[in-house]
Each structure stands twice: as structure tokens, then as C-alpha cells.
Design a protein around this ligand. Sequence first.
Ligand code: 5GP
Ligand code: MG
Length: 177
Amino acid sequence: MKTKTDKLTVLISEGEIRNRCRELAEQIDREYSGDSLTVVIVLKGALMFGSDLIRLLSTPVKFDTISVSSYIGAVSSGTPEFHSQLRLDLTEQHVLIVDDILETGATLNAIVNQFRKSQPLSIRTCVLLRKEISRNINFAADYVGFDIGDDFVVGYGLDYNDDYRNLPCISTLDSTV
Ligand code: 5GP
Ligand code: MG
């Protein structure tokens, strides 16, 4: 629930997200032309982004979800925890992992390393947001929606203690005001 100490400021509007999803889907369709894709949506944060993106793709898609978390409130624990397993077999598939935001890279790095064990044909990653911070982990996403500064953001799937996920836009959250 929004409390009076939480200040939300819109950073990326619903329309901007929609347009960027369309552009990303066009790029993905071009680059996988003739292939089919296994999309893995990282829950819960990428639920909205992933479901919007796959509906815009013309490429034939199977999708699965995986639940991974590393944040408690607005502080990263640094160690991604897997809360679920895939049901689809990734062997000899083109895999596209869809996550909400790339910060340190620890989450996507852990997921990619885990998925490599299944020997897919390829693994790429797509994130809605990328934070402009210096990353200790050398990890680059293949598809990026928006570059943002080092603010804590919520909305469109992203949460603060599980609140605000249903906001249609991305907002910065300042809980100290
Ligand atoms: P990384 O593992 O790259 O450091 O962080 C990625 C994960 O941390 C994201 O999938 C997301 O769940 C969470 N995260 C990182 N930055 C933010 C943020 O600004 N807001 C929210 N709500 N989650 C974030
Ligand atoms: Mg996440």
C-alpha cells in the first residue's frame, strides 16, 4: 500500500513502454527470422513486460517462467535465489530470457549459467531497464528497453516489498520523503 512516506515520480510512461516493446519485438523478430524461440520470463518482476513482449512477437514462441529474487525491500542481497524450476526442456532450443532490470548482473548471470547446463542452441537476454552503474560482474544484455540512472524504480511488474507492481508506468520511489 502507498504510504505517505513513499514519493512516486513517473520516469517512463505507459505509452513509452508500449512503443519500446513494439520496437524490441520487431528487432527480435528480425534477428530470429525463420527460427522459433523459447522465452523464459523471470518472475515476478518481468511478468508484465514478458507477457506484453511475447504477444508482439511474430516468431513462434513457447514460454516458461522462473521465479528468482535477490531484493529485500530496496536492498539487494547480492545472491539470487531460485524459487522454481523450468518445466520446458531448453536442450537445442533458442532461449531468450526476459527480465525486468539489469543492475549488478548477478541475477541474469546466475540464470544463464544454470540454463547453459541444458545445452541450448543459443541463449540471449532481454531486459526492460538497464541501470547505469559500474558492474563488477561482466554481463551484457542483448536487448535493452531503456537505460536509467541509479534510482530505485517500481511499477509495470517492479515492486517495493511487493507493492506497486500493478502501476502501468515505471516510477522512481523515494521512501525517505
Ligand atoms: P541484479 O541481479 O542485476 O543486481 O538485479 C536484478 C534484479 O534486482 C532485478 O531482476 C530486480 O528484481 C531487482 N532490482 C534491481 N534494481 C531494482 C529497482 O530499482 N527496483 C526494483 N523494484 N527491483 C530492482
Ligand atoms: Mg528480478
